[in-house]
Design a protein. Structure first.
Length: 473
């Protein structure tokens, strides 16, 4: 099987498997944490097609985000400033890729571990990948430097409302419960991931893999970087990228629920009613009703809009023709269509699992008597995460159960539950991060397993030892 098709084939097997199991396993639901049997609903061939349509419809904002990022990088790939920025950055880290890897994964993972969504940093992924590939690093190293940071941010989630979605509403737990352990697990994951990534980088011979980059495929030409004729100024594009990063950070962190900070919400409320002209609030009217305060960006649409605006500004500053802009945008979209398709297929797994509810029956059997058990909660969480894809749904559905059954061990249970979801995010073929990263860089799923298993084993051995000591004490 060609490596470009292996991820799609595996996900399609999951979709068909869920449909077949809907004919075999009795269906049920968790109603406020209590398992109840439900009417059987069997998935037919047309039903699978319908669920695919639902998945695309409800994931539309995320798919648009992926497509817009591709389109924008299609334009940027013809921008003199962007190309020089890539060249300069690649030259700057040349011979220091290990340090660059650590810095990149630390910044990206730290943000992801406290943010409200999983994919905002995807905006910068093509840039990071391009830089590492242009320095002759292999695709797995480029994957580790880009998607790896997002992955570790989820594994070691500290204040992430995405990772612990519904925790406060469903279980009455504060998001900062057991924050000491969460910080420790984040640091362990970050250190181990970088250690194994650097070891891989050192033992892997230089490989010119630039043909696997989607946007800037030519080799790094150092003579052009050092040429005095190249007087293109970088400060405008650097300023725009830094501003974009700052806005994403401010917008995607749930300041109110995670850190009890209401400053941005209060400020936005004041600005909404300020600067009135003929009783029309100018600020809110210009921005539109859909704009939200920092900390309240609960989808990727605003980030898509901001990145699109940044791209337009860069294109205008370089006097790019409108026809060239449209052409390059179209080229960029075509390069990420496969990512958008596979994202929709992964979401189809989720919709199939939700609408043909044999999974709660399996989960109920696995939970058994409901007594607190690190291994049971961990395994149940993995099973749920593989099929539900979205951690928020798993937290919402089974958080009630944990809340009712685990009592004094509730905080521990929710942390173990997240660690199980993180395990699925690292290894499962239905992991959004895994399939997007592997598809982007055309890496076979088996090759990813061979690369990541040492990190996963080391991390979870340490984590389980810590958890066992905590429970015993």
């Amino acid at each position: 099987m060609k490596r470009k098709s292996d991820k799609i084939f595996i996900i399609l097997l999951f979709i068909v498997g869920i449909a077949l199991l809907s004919w075999i396993i009795p269906q049920g639901v968790y109603n406020v944490g209590i398992y109840q049997t439900a009417d059987t609903s069997r998935a037919g061939i047309f039903d699978i097609f319908v669920q695919m349509c639902f998945a695309i419809y409800y994931s539309c904002s995320d798919i648009i985000f992926i497509i817009l990022v591709g389109g924008c990088y299609g334009v940027l790939s013809k921008s003199k400033r962007y190309r020089k920025l890539v060249d300069k950055t690649a030259n700057l880290i040349k011979g220091k890729e290990e340090i660059a890897l650590v810095v990149t994964t630390t910044i990206v993972s730290l943000f992801t571990s406290i943010s409200d969504l999983l994919l905002p940093m995807f905006v910068f992924v093509p840039f990071i990948i391009t830089v590492f590939l242009r320095n002759g690093k292999d695709r797995l190293t480029a994957l580790a430097a880009s998607f790896g940071g997002i992955l570790i941010g989820f594994v070691g989630a500290m204040f992430s409302m995405y990772a612990y979605d519904y925790v406060k509403d469903v279980t009455n737990l504060e998001i900062n419960s057991l924050i000491g352990l969460k910080v420790a697990f984040y640091l362990i994951a970050l250190v181990l991931f970088n250690v194994f990534a650097i070891l891989h980088m050192k033992k892997t011979k230089k490989v010119d893999d630039t043909e696997y980059d989607l946007f800037l495929t030519e080799k790094l030409d150092e003579s052009k970087i050092k040429s005095k004729k190249n007087k293109t100024k970088l400060w405008p594009i650097i300023t725009l990228f830094v501003l974009l990063f700052v806005l994403i950070v401010l917008g995607q962190i749930d300041w109110e629920n995670s850190f009890k900070v209401t400053f941005f919400t209060d400020l936005y409320t004041k600005f909404q009613s300020a600067f009135k002209i003929a009783d029309i609030p100018l600020f809110s009217a210009l921005l539109g009703e859909q704009f939200a305060a920092f900390g309240k960006w609960d989808n990727l649409i605003l980030i898509s809009f901001l990145f699109f605006v940044v791209t337009i500004v860069i294109a205008i500053s370089e006097k790019m023709k409108f026809s060239d802009f449209v052409l390059r945008f179209d080229v960029g979209i075509k390069k990420v269509v496969r990512l958008a398709v596979i994202y929709g297929l992964v979401q189809t797994v989720y919709f199939m699992a939700v609408n043909y509810q044999w999974l709660p029956t399996v989960i109920s059997k696995l939970f058994g008597s409901g007594a607190f058990s690190i291994l049971t909660i961990f395994v149940v969480s993995i099973v749920a995460a593989i099929f539900l894809v979205n951690p928020g749904y798993g937290n919402y559905t089974y958080g009630y159960y944990l809340s009712y059954m685990m009592g004094e061990r509730l905080a521990d249970s929710m942390l173990i539950w997240h660690l199980g979801q993180a395990f699925a995010m690292i290894l499962a073929p239905t992991s959004i991060l895994v399939v997007l990263g592997l598809t982007y860089l055309d890496i076979p799923y088996k090759k990813w397993l061979k690369y990541i298993w040492k990190f996963a084993l080391s991390f979870y051995v340490i984590v389980f030892l810590i958890l066992i000591i905590k429970v015993v004490m």
